[in-house]
Design a protein around this ligand. Structure first.
Ligand code: AMP
Ligand code: ZN
Length: 118
């Protein structure tokens, strides 16, 4: 995983302001924000995307980690005072618009987000 940009952020090889961390995840601001608040939550371990979670971690750990990911997103949204609402997004594969192949969840807030997305 030497060339994974998010693994480099986890290992602090790429200086990035960490805005939240716990045992399983770190969170930081997206470098190209599309909303006033645009935060990425990533697992500390390298998992390519949702397709790969069970193969990487095993079914039991996968279930636990994905549950914690959503609860962590909610905790971060609360810390960021996104009281009027926020959107969570996980892009998977090329058609999902995934560009960085290390699982991550986007938290978007600070404006109204229309549906459906583009
Ligand atoms: P996705 O298209 O879902 O794979 O999202 C990848 C996101 O990572 C994009 O929104 C990028 O702007 C963001 N990104 C890429 N490199 C960095 C970086 N070094 N620091 C913060 N965000 C990044
Ligand atoms: Zn990685």
């Amino acid at each position: 995983m030497n060339d994974c940009i998010f693994c480099k952020i986890v290992k602090k090889e790429l200086p990035t302001k960490i805005i939240f961390e716990n045992d399983d995840f770190i969170a930081f601001n997206d470098i190209k924000p599309v909303s006033p608040t645009h935060i990425l939550v990533i697992p500390r371990v390298h998992i390519k995307n949702l397709w790969e979670v069970e193969d990487t971690l095993g079914a039991l750990h996968a279930t636990s980690l994905l549950g914690k990911l959503l609860l962590t997103a909610k905790e971060i949204a609360e810390q960021q005072h996104l009281d009027e609402g926020f959107r969570t997004v996980i892009n998977t594969g090329d058609n999902g618009g995934q560009t960085v192949y290390h699982l991550h969840l986007h938290i978007l807030g600070g404006r109204f987000h229309k549906w459906p997305p583009g």
